[in-house]
Design a protein around this ligand. Structure first.
Ligand SMILES: NC(=O)c1ccc[n+]([C@@H]2O[C@H](COP(=O)([O-])OP(=O)(O)OC[C@H]3O[C@@H](n4cnc5c(N)ncnc54)[C@H](O)[C@@H]3O)[C@@H](O)[C@H]2O)c1
Length: 250
């Protein structure tokens, strides 16, 4: 496969993120196959893609998506419980729970099943990508990258593309293009062993640590920090507001 020819995408895990990723990829024209563990979970994913606040039905209702395009988007998504059904996809996006061992197992299993030139990406919030690739073949390590979306995926514009020292530049470029094709603003980040998180979550966490220090030292109140950041930096919300405040889109 030429990396510019990505047409089919497998999504491992149809939860909060996997459902959103499947939706934006299908809307961008890719054929998508979502794998989750049982039929109930699959039904929940299908419902979320169609009926959630950010789903396809509402997009039609508020005039953001034409009916025919909505139908075509839904038709491009299929679901399965069998990992073997992903054998012919051009790219796999992994969105299983944030447990390193689970992700390593999922990728090792997939490595044996899918085509040798399939690109693997993980939507991890912060694991070192090379560590998730530990148990795949050497050839696959060159095709392995990160693709960190934000929640809710249909609404959040950013996607962080993470490359390891082994990721082929053509693969990073291909993953970048998939992100842009899905309507996202893609940014590049290098794998950084010994850290957790990429750009957005690390910068957020650093600011949050500083804000907590101000509160603990009695220098400023939570309310005043939120007020200051919203009016002094134009943040859409503060750290401490009810309903989570800024930065909850992990
Ligand atoms: N929720 C967020 O705000 C957010 C934002 C960015 C990134 N992430 C990352 O995305 C990933 C998924 O998070 P989520 O919030 O969507 O989790 P989730 O729990 O909503 O979904 C995970 C799904 O994976 C399924 N699953 C478990 N093992 C599987 C396997 N072997 N094969 C296929 N499916 C399997 C589960 O049944 C579940 O439906 C995590 O790595 C998380 O850190 C989450």
């Amino acid at each position: 496969m030429k990396f510019e020819d990505i047409k089919t995408i497998g999504v491992m895990g149809g939860g909060v993120m996997g459902g959103g990723i499947a939706q934006v990829m299908a809307a961008a024209g890719y054929r998508v196959i979502v794998r989750d563990l049982n039929d109930d979970l699959i039904e929940k994913t299908r419902e979320a893609i169609f009926e959630s606040r950010w789903g396809i039905k509402r997009a039609v209702e508020i005039g953001k998506l034409e009916f025919d395009k909505a139908r075509a988007t839904m038709e491009r998504i299929s679901f399965t419980t069998k990992v073997e059904d992903l054998r012919n996809v051009d790219m796999v996006i992994e969105a299983v729970p944030e447990k390193l061992e689970l992700k390593q197992q999922v990728f090792a299993e997939l490595d044996k099943i899918v085509k040798p030139d399939t690109i693997f990406v993980s939507n991890t919030s912060g694991f070192v990508v090379a560590e998730m690739a530990r148990d795949v073949s050497e050839g696959r390590k060159a095709l392995f990258a990160g693709m960190h979306f934000f929640n809710p995926v249909p609404a959040m514009k950013c996607v962080e593309i993470i490359s390891t020292p082994q990721t082929l530049p053509e693969v990073t470029d291909a993953v970048f293009r998939v992100g842009e094709q899905a309507g996202k603003v893609a940014v590049h980040v290098k794998d950084a062993p010994g850290t957790y998180g990429f750009i957005v979550n690390r910068v957020y966490a650093a600011a949050r640590r500083e804000a907590d220090k101000l509160v603990e030292a009695g220098i400023a109140t939570k309310e005043d920090i939120d007020k200051a950041m919203k009016t002094g930096r134009n943040w859409p919300s503060g750290f401490y507001e009810e309903r989570g405040g800024i930065g909850r889109q992990w």
